[in-house]
Design a protein around this ligand. Structure first.
Ligand code: SOE
Length: 409
């Protein structure tokens, strides 16, 4: 008879006398590299209760995954994720694959007794995300934890914005404006990579970029989006088939033949929150000149906040209670030791970047595992985002009719 899955037991290691946390990662392209940086650096910068160990990385192309393992410091390479998730030296499975395999790997890893970190979006459909939430709830009873990787919550400036909203510095919120603009798809000859195929990616700019801004919106406002009115567009409907493997946003060049783009290139929607906040959202890969422009503006009756990921060490703050003569947006340079995550980094003014969000993500998850506290964003938070994305698609298909979003209980 097979033994029921046991909660992961930390095994003895060398991380400065701290018990190790063995990490096994599935996927090794752009996100795999970003997560590797996170796992490798977190324990060196922060004083963690467990020491992350890069135990094994998994990918289908043996040569490529071995090369990646060597470059990023993974102790072993696997070519079958089933083997990775049952390794004794793996306590946590980190999923960095395209969305079509998230549910299967996460559910199997939880059944195998591992903690799970899953890249965003949680899944490609609401049904898959629901099954993942169920599996995570059952695993929680056994002491395992599951988290979804919305890394932009871990930019010090967005974490500070959340704190300022929660402290009531903006008063009652009225407006939220969020955009996530990139331009890497403008060239109609850019090949039809997995991000442009519905069966692999679930959706286009909506799931890739829209998922981030919906999560951030819900995180900042502190409640779920209650309903949306949306439109989506696919500007380039056919593209050359890729010549070879392409990683991330890199253009591997076109091969023979062309194929249909089956996802959106852009999504535009308005949303309501139950408390009365109204919001606008825009996600596109066609905003020429905008590379990774995730912008947020929040307006409340006592003040406003604005953030731009392309200037991620800054937060703009307007205090509306100041006398009019002095009032106006001022820049907070978010590099002080008492700003979120910054106690362990560089002296004031020596800013951070994109990769640090993955270090902070690893840090927070290690603390959660050591203390047995449920980490955020949870799989339920990921499901909530998934429901908003599904409502956006439904609304867009019905000429922008207002579509309510069911809250996750
Ligand atoms: C591509 O659009 C992408 O890499 C996203 O997939 C990431 O989630 C985002 O952080 C940066 O852009």
């Amino acid at each position: 008879m097979t033994k029921p899955p046991q909660p992961p037991q930390p095994h003895q290691g060398d991380g400065g006398g701290k018990p190790p946390l063995g990490v096994g990662m599935v996927g090794y392209a752009f996100m795999g590299a970003a997560h590797s940086q996170g796992w490798r650096t977190a324990g060196r910068v922060f004083d963690l209760p467990l020491s992350p160990v890069l135990a094994a990385v998994c990918g289908r192309d043996g040569d490529a995954v071995r090369a990646m393992a060597g470059r990023h410091g993974w102790a072993a390479a696997e070519t079958d994720w089933h083997a990775l998730i049952t390794r004794d030296d793996v306590d946590l499975v980190d999923i960095c694959t395209p969305g079509d395999s998230h549910a299967e790997i996460a559910i199997a890893a939880l059944a195998a007794g591992k903690h799970v970190l899953c890249e965003k979006p949680l899944a490609n459909t609401v049904e898959e995300a629901e099954a993942m939430v169920q599996a995570a709830a059952a695993a929680r009873e056994r002491g395992q934890l599951a988290m979804v990787g919305f890394n932009y919550r871990r930019v010090p400036a967005t974490a500070l914005a959340r704190k300022m909203v929660a402290e009531g510095r903006l008063g009652a919120l009225r407006h939220l404006r969020v955009t996530y603009l990139q331009d890497w798809l403008v060239d109609p000859e850019f090949p039809l990579t997995w991000r442009l195929r519905k069966e692999a990616a679930g959706s286009g700019a909506l799931g890739d970029l829209g998922a981030h801004i919906v999560d951030l919106a819900q995180y900042l406002v502190g409640e779920p989006v209650a309903g949306v009115s949306a439109l989506t567009e696919t500007f380039v409907r056919e593209r050359p088939l890729p010549a070879g493997a392409s990683s991330g946003l890199a253009d591997a060049g076109g091969g023979d033949g062309r194929g249909p783009v089956t996802v959106d290139d852009a999504a535009l929607f308005t949303g309501r929150f139950a408390s009365g906040v109204i919001a606008s959202f825009e996600a596109t890969r066609f905003a020429t000149g905008r590379k990774n422009a995730l912008r947020i503006e929040l307006n409340g009756e006592r003040g406003s906040l604005a953030f731009d990921l392309e200037r991620l060490n800054e937060l703009s703050y307007h205090d509306h209670t100041e006398p009019g003569a002095h009032a106006g947006f001022r820049r907070i340079l978010v590099t002080e030791p008492d700003h979120p995550y910054l106690e362990a980094w560089w002296p004031p003014g020596h800013g951070l970047g994109y990769e640090h969000t993955f270090v902070h993500q690893a840090r927070d998850l290690v603390h959660a595992i050591a203390s047995g506290t449920a980490p955020e964003p949870s799989f339920a938070d990921g499901l909530q985002v998934q429901r908003v994305l599904a409502a956006v698609e439904e609304s867009a298909a019905k000429n922008s009719v207002y579509t309510p979003v069911l809250p996750v209980d």
